[in-house]
Design a protein around this ligand. Structure first.
Ligand SMILES: [Cu+2]
Length: 676
């Protein structure tokens, strides 16, 4: 490659200017990464490095050859088959899901992210579930903890795998997660320090299940269609580890029809397996998961263990993770792993299935049909949608933690916030104009109800406050205590921010008023986990005032001992969820709905922990961004017209080439000349 490039540049160019040695461009295979290992006590932590190349891509591209008519083609490198619907996507290393990261507790994770999405937005990657103590600037929230990584640029993330468990990574700029920029991140630990190790014999990377709803177009097309033209935005399909059967495809030459293949999970009879389930979720689509003929022993959520609970199915909301143990106690065969969408996905009857295949079973589909109705598993449900607690409906607040209570947490919180959420009928000027197409003027399906927290839409600031706080005007920030207008009547939008002190015990009462639509909002907190101390549904709808009055009258009892720890939790529609955490991580942290379109419409707020002087400073050369206005003053920076190498090599997978000193090349050239 180097010599071909060299000859194309010509002798004069490289003798007099030097050049960039072209380097082969290959996507690494991390399924054999040295950090994927059995964790042992006493082993030195490792540094685990990965390259992530973000690109636009396409379902059933040329890499897929004759998929799905030749099924083995669907497993070729770089073939992204998804559910068979042809559409543009975004991929990391031409895979969907992107590369899986498996490390041991206390390893250091280094990820070199290269944005090659030409024509696209800046990006950033959030490490969902990692608390980022001492590495707050690595949380990956565009315009909060860092500037988005512009196209053609790269950025290196570096942080410690400080908390074990099932986590994941995903883009946190734009709507890129919805288009495929996500993957698993599992922090393993030695058996001797894992309190649940005795519950299973196998914890395999191939038993990580990423399940998510899936759109039939680029998310930006769906989102703007909904926001500006009232078009259908619901997910009609789902993926399990990037695969599924949904779209019937026809071979035009032979008229044969076929579906893209489903994921297969292999097990051996009479064993116990740990499965780790992640929902990077896109739209309003909680997912009910079950396995035919098997019950599930649920053992952990969001990376944190709880007292095991055996259920028939569980519901996983966007941003949540659940780990369960599957006992392979059935006859050798194939069994459906079923995923059934609720809420908006119930309207579209969205469902998907994968195959649990026992060793020795035929490579055939399991018995039983795959459809929406068959995926409705009866029996005990963990984390149900909009239900009151009962022996068969187990809410998150009903579970008991195995990690002990946090001794730092005070019985009376230092800071307490009520956050009321709903879709509100307000003239949101991002999608309406009160003079021309007011929300009160347009037809029903064109009304864009605004998902807000305390009647405020989150607008991200023009620079990330964590690293450029002094560049930001205080006017950009607001909250329910500082706004001067009635936000129930007039649209309010700002960098919605609540401030707490470092070490404070914080309580947040999340209320879903549920008046306009019955939509659940899974709320994710960055930088911390929280205890789920109370949760209940009061009715079809409720109000901030009703919940406050109930609380004041002592009508909300809190589970202050034994409550489980999570980082993402749903709020029953017409009800509340009360969370508590110790704000031990100075920084700016997002608290937001994990439904991508809701966050993009402003359903989030910022928790500022501590004062900027208490937060870590970014390293030298940290990228900056923000507003700029021409003033006519100064001379600017001199731009030197140097280093024009005329290099025409393709980019390398490190984003840089190797510069060869001119004199060295001259010597090599002369030596070759003499040999000839
Ligand atoms: Cu939401």
């Amino acid at each position: 490659m180097g010599w071909r490039c060299l000859s194309s540049l010509g002798l004069m160019v490289f003798v007099f200017t030097g050049f960039h040695l072209c380097k082969g461009f290959r996507f690494p295979d991390y399924t054999k990464h040295p950090c994927l290992r059995r964790c042992t006590v006493g082993e030195n932590p490792r540094t685990c490095e990965y390259d992530f190349i973000l690109e636009y891509n396409y379902v059933l591209s040329k890499a897929c050859y004759d998929c799905p008519f030749n099924i083995t083609d669907c497993y070729r490198p770089h073939c992204v088959a998804t559910d068979g619907v042809h559409r543009a996507i975004m991929t990391v290393n031409r895979r969907l899901p992107g590369p899986a990261i498996h490390v041991c507790h206390n390893d250091t994770i280094v990820v070199n992210v290269k944005n090659k999405m030409e024509g696209g937005e800046g990006t950033s990657i959030h490490w969902h579930g990692i608390y980022q103590h001492d590495s707050q600037i690595m949380d990956g929230v565009g315009m909060l903890t860092q500037c988005p990584i512009p196209v053609f640029s790269s950025f290196q993330y570096r942080f410690k795998a400080e908390n074990p468990g099932t986590h994941f990574w995903h883009a946190h700029s734009g709507a890129q997660r919805s288009d495929g920029v996500f993957g698993s991140l599992v922090v393993h630990q030695p058996d001797s320090t894992n309190p649940q190790a005795a519950l299973y014999q196998h914890d395999l990377p191939e038993h990580v299940i990423i399940v998510n709803d899936w759109l039939d177009k680029l998310a930006i097309s769906k989102f703007t269609g909904e926001n500006m033209a009232g078009l259908d935005h619901m997910s009609k399909s789902m993926l399990i580890n990037g695969r599924g059967s949904y779209q019937k495809l026809m071979d035009e030459e032979t008229n044969r029809t076929a579906y893209t293949p489903r994921s297969v999970f292999k097990v051996t009879q009479a064993q116990n397996y740990r499965f780790r389930v992640i929902n990077p979720g896109i739209m309003n689509c909680p997912i009910q998961m079950s396995v035919d003929n098997h019950r599930l022993k649920m053992i952990a959520s969001d990376g944190v263990p709880f007292v095991p609970k055996v259920v028939d199915s569980f519901i996983i909301f966007a941003g949540e993770r659940f780990d369960f143990v599957l006992e392979t106690n059935q006859t050798v065969g194939n069994y459906w792993i079923r995923a059934r969408g609720l809420s908006h996905c119930m309207i579209k009857k969205t469902n998907q299935a994968a195959i649990l295949r026992y060793e020795g079973a035929d490579e055939t589909d399991p018995p039983g049909t795959v459809d929406y109705e068959s995926a409705d598993r009866a029996g005990t449900i963990l984390n149900p949608l909009n239900k009151k607690s009962s022996p068969t409906m187990i809410l998150m607040a009903d579970l008991n933690s195995t990690i002990g209570d946090d001794p730092r947490m005070k019985e009376k919180p230092d800071k307490k916030f009520y956050i009321a959420m709903d879709f509100y009928e307000i003239d949101n000027y991002n999608y309406h104009d009160p003079d021309f197409y007011s929300i009160f003027q347009v037809e029903g399906h064109m009304k864009l109800l605004s998902p807000q927290m305390n009647h405020i839409s989150l607008m991200m600031p023009p620079s990330p406050p964590l690293t450029q706080y002094s560049d930001l005007s205080e006017d950009l920030f607001c909250n329910t205590y500082t706004v001067q207008v009635n936000c129930s009547a007039e649209f309010c939008e700002c960098a919605h921010k609540m401030t707490v002190g470092v070490g404070d015990t914080v309580e947040i009462v999340l209320i879903d008023e549920g008046a306009t639509t019955s939509t659940n909002h899974p709320i994710h907190l960055h930088g911390h986990n929280f205890r789920v101390v109370a949760m209940d549904r009061l009715g079809e709808s409720t109000s901030l005032e009703e919940v406050k009055a109930l609380d004041t009258a002592g009508g909300i009892s809190r589970k202050l001992s034994g409550a489980i720890a999570k980082d993402t939790v749903t709020v029953p529609d017409g009800g509340y969820t009360v969370i508590r955490f110790v704000a031990d991580n100075p920084g700016f942290w997002l608290l937001h709905c994990h439904i991508e379109s809701h966050l993009s419409q402003g359903m989030g707020s910022i928790i500022q922990v501590g004062q900027p002087r208490e937060m870590p400073k970014p390293p030298k050369g940290w990228p900056r961004c923000g507003d700029w206005k021409y003033t006519g003053e100064g001379t600017g920076t001199e731009i030197e017209d140097t280093d024009k190498t005329g290099n025409t090599c393709p980019p390398t997978n490190k984003g840089h080439g190797v510069t060869i000193p001119k004199m060295f090349i001259l010597i090599v050239f002369l030596a070759m000349f003499m040999i000839v």
